[in-house]
Design a protein around this ligand. Sequence first.
Ligand code: TYM
Length: 333
Amino acid sequence: MTRVLSCIQPTGEVHLGNYLGALRGWAQGQHSVAGGQRDAFHGIVDLHALTVTEAPEVVGRATVELAAMLFAIGLDPDIATVFVQSHVAEHSQLGWMMECTVSFGELSRMTQFKDKSARRESEFVSAGLFTYPALQAADILLYDTNEVPVGEDQRQHVEITRDIALRFNHRFGETFVVPKAVTPKAGARVMDLQDPTAKMSKSTGSDAGLVNLLDDPAEIARKFKRAMTDSDGEVRFDRASKPGVSNLLEILAACVGEPPESLATRYTQYGPLKTDAGEAVVELLRPIQARYHELMGDRGELQALLRKGADKARAVASVTLARAQSAVGMLPA
Ligand code: TYM
């Protein structure tokens, strides 16, 4: 059996990068395929969101909305386990053990920490933002995870998780499964439509460059029409010298399931490419938006699904935590 785990933070709206880079793969990856059973766990990582939370009432609302979105994109509560990280206390408990298994130097080299702390400049930079990858390692290792479906930007965090697992196993004996990151062919790094050299992100960039899954069709079309391209007028897939056009081609490729290089041969102008990419995204999101609004109409049901998810998650996580504590030789309570 292949155990799959991946998580998303409840901070702001879910955007097209999250969807094409990760969530779509989660929905596909929950089903067993020829050659093997798959068992998928997906966490709404509210403890991670606390690293940048400074106001009350925000994180809980974002958690429910994100739960509705995860079911709307197709995670089936009867197949996949969808849970809230703070509902499974083992994450915090193993998180501490992971902090003691990773070095200050390793954490200092994380590009996400460097970027995020630099962006927060004069704002409060929490210690949690720095130790974040240790908690993420706990998220992954608690479930004996084989595959972690993520966008390209999370590769480094999965790499450090592997290093932590190997170090722990070396020190205390075989305890953790060593996971690997899995990224999609197209869409692993969706770029900002206004600044195609920066990844699409909820915390950076302009609204015009960010496509949220709940944007209405006219807004999506407008954002694509205004997408930044270049002035040479040639449609070619070349990320280095034509980042804007290549981003549009890759988004379209991810929507229609064809390679961006072959899509490029069908266009001689930027206008039609922008229109087609926008339309493809609108069509992709239409059913998701409808399901999302339906699900948000029944908060009680959402909470019940999350409780069921937490119970299933805890059953696995508690066994792994106990194994890790016993490997270290901690005195049982
Ligand atoms: P988060 O919440 O920032 O993003 C969720 C997922 O979306 C992917 N993603 C993108 N993919 C392509 N293009 C983009 N522009 C883009 N932006 C975001 C991310 O790669 C991610 O897969 N640290 C994680 C959350 C986390 C986690 C985990 C992930 C906590 N514990 C355990 C996997 C396993 C994060 O902040 O993702």
